[in-house]
Design a protein around this ligand. Sequence first.
Ligand SMILES: NC(=O)C1=CN([C@@H]2O[C@H](COP(=O)(O)OP(=O)(O)OC[C@H]3O[C@@H](n4cnc5c(N)ncnc54)[C@H](O)[C@@H]3O)[C@@H](O)[C@H]2O)C=CC1
Ligand SMILES: O=C(CO)COP(=O)(O)O
Length: 332
Amino acid sequence: MADVAVLGAGSWGTTFAKALADGGSSTVLWARRAEAAREIDQSRRNTRYLPGIDLPASLHATADIREALAGASQVYLAVPSQHLRQVLRDHGEAIAPEAPVVSLMKGVEAGTRLRMSEVIAEELRIDAGRIAVVSGPNLALEIAQEQPTAAVVSSSSPETARDVARRARNDYFHSFINNDVVGTEFGGVLKNLVAVAIGIVDGVGYGENTKASIMTRGLSEVTDFAVAFGAERETMRGLAGLGDLIATCGSPLSRNFTAGRLLGMGYSRTDVIARMEQTAEGLASVEPVAQLAEQRGVRMPILEQVRLVLDGAMDPRDIAPHLTTDDEPIEE
Ligand SMILES: NC(=O)C1=CN([C@@H]2O[C@H](COP(=O)(O)OP(=O)(O)OC[C@H]3O[C@@H](n4cnc5c(N)ncnc54)[C@H](O)[C@@H]3O)[C@@H](O)[C@H]2O)C=CC1
Ligand SMILES: O=C(CO)COP(=O)(O)O
């Protein structure tokens, strides 16, 4: 029986499981595919998602989710956001009654427009104080290579945030804490959308001025959105907001940036999805976030343009840090 369980053996689940194991926790990782579990367990590698990375001996992997969950005192979730609900519906009752449940994911559920912590609360019917989210500038491969990185653990319960942050740290990974779950979670979701926009302009061939303009206006847009839903403005200047925006928008390791780049090069949404081998959460979050913004009356010109490019209704060359229909100057 392991101390902690991680569900999802893609790039982030595997990396986070390694970080937990390197921090001293005996860790079990659930992989959906039996071959993946076997490779991790026996060869200490996950070649599909983390080529060249050696995994620690204290990390055990299994394709049996019930075995993974048995007795785990903390459960970390790292499956694609659109599939979380089904995983919890099928196996949630195997989670130990007091165990904190931690979302590592950065998406919004398409039909319901719910954040992952809300999906967890709804499916498991547990108190919000047992739920935490982790976010920050956390490109998986860099962390798997043990490059120094920080993240923030957020929970409405300070005790839960602390318990999780104590486990989720080691020599190369440091967890801060906060209690702004809405801001921390939306920071991770929304920077993906800005990263798609930055990828688009990169694919078109525009340079640093365009990217910096879109990143800066993007942060303002992300902040307005998150604050409209109850987030603290300060959170958006922290690791889960600005920090993650910088990392994701500036790195070819980002799948959202990569998806945007393909759109900028002229590929259609269908072609991009077909070419992506890993999860680019931003693509599925555009629509629900746009609907949430409309509901609250938040103006999101960059998101709106990403949506138009994805729908094939806008030439990627025309994407700009404002709406092209703005004729009067507006306040920065
Ligand atoms: N990779 C990264 O650098 C980071 C990713 N994240 C977030 O972590 C979450 C997971 O992403 P990654 O691990 O990067 O994705 P990935 O594409 O690398 O791996 C996804 C994993 O989920 C599994 N999976 C696919 N469909 C499933 C289903 N129906 N049920 C259960 N499992 C299924 C796949 O087999 C795979 O193991 C996303 O929300 C992402 O935004 C957060 C921080 C960093
Ligand atoms: O969330 C991430 C970095 O913090 C990973 O970004 P991508 O999902 O775009 O690869």
